[in-house]
Design a protein around this ligand. Structure first.
Ligand code: CAA
Length: 258
């Protein structure tokens, strides 16, 4: 298995785990973290034995943002020419469902990384925010775009313009977080959710994720067309036959992910 410098990876059943591991920097996302996470997620995504991915951090921090110390001395030309955060696009494009299990700080790039995932589960200790404005910059890993889509323009503007943080409960009320969990139970709950997803047909999961993405990326008419095509396409899979036969025969389905 590949060695990574800044993350720990583990496979449990059909679930791939990525744990950010820069404790001294509150998991700040430097270029090496980006390379490691993108590579690990890509490897899980290419493996049909993996049906869900969990990304998590430490109790204290999911990630406290992009690495300020790495960026501080750069020029605008360097940020552009290096496409400093560009590779994160490959993480966002992973086809396998990804769950962010967030404890502690999810700030700046940390909040943006969580928003690249499909589901955000939060410990009651979690704090979300886009504090870049206090550094004299703005979110640069998708925050202004994904936050508006996640919580609407007014809550997003409140966070992006003031830099204030949301508690886990506030984030849940705003629609960013789907479940708030006592901190001690976060990983167990993430495992349960990930296992429940990974037990489903991987072909159907890919289609579901792509259709959900289409909803935020396209018009309603295009999204509906995409959904209709994807829905029909699934009727050529073994898993559709198995899922519906299992329903008729009143037994659990045994998906082969084909
Ligand atoms: N980059 C680099 N290092 C960071 C970091 C970051 N984003 N966040 C924390 N660290 C480092 C600190 O510098 C400190 O290291 P040293 O011990 O070597 O000084 C270590 O992590 C622990 O942090 P603190 O001592 O500050 O811990 P705290 O409990 O007092 O405060 C905190 C925690 C409120 C999260 C505070 O660390 C903080 O405000 N961090 C920065 C948050 C931020 O501004 N994030 C946005 C970054 S820019 C960005 O993300 C751009 C984008 O859109 C992609």
């Amino acid at each position: 298995m590949t060695d990574y410098e800044t993350i720990l990876i583990e496979t449990r059943g059909r679930v791939g785990w990525i744990t950010l591991n820069r404790p001294d920097a509150l998991n700040a996302l430097n270029s090496q973290v980006m390379r490691d996470v993108v590579a690990a997620a890509g490897a899980f995504d290419a493996d049909p034995a993996i049906g869900a991915i969990v990304v998590t951090g430490s109790e204290r921090a999911f990630a406290a943002g992009a690495d300020i110390k790495e960026m501080e001395g750069k020029s605008g030309r360097e940020m552009l020419m290096d496409d400093h955060f560009g590779a994160w696009g490959r993480f966002a494009a992973v086809r396998t469902p990804v769950i962010a299990a967030v404890s502690g700080y999810a700030l700046g790039g940390g909040c943006e990384l969580a928003m690249m995932c499909d589901i955000i589960l939060a410990a009651d200790s979690a704090r979300f925010g886009q504090p870049e404005i206090t550094l004299g910059v703005i979110p640069g890993m998708g925050g202004t775009q994904r936050l508006v889509r996640a919580v609407g323009p007014y809550v997003a503007a409140d966070l992006v313009l003031t830099g204030r943080l949301l508690s886990a409960d506030e984030a849940a009320r705003a629609g960013l977080v789907s479940r708030v969990i006592p901190a001690a139970d976060l990983l167990a709950e993430a495992e349960k959710v990930a296992e429940a997803i990974a037990a489903k047909s991987l072909v159907a999961l890919f289609a579901a994720k792509a259709a959900l993405d289409a909803a935020v990326e396209t018009t309603l008419a295009e999204g509906l067309r995409f959904e209709r095509q994807a829905f029909a396409g699934l009727f050529d899979t073994d898993d559709q036959k198995e899922g519906m036969a299992a329903f008729r025969e009143k037994r659990p389905p045994e998906f082969t992910h084909r």
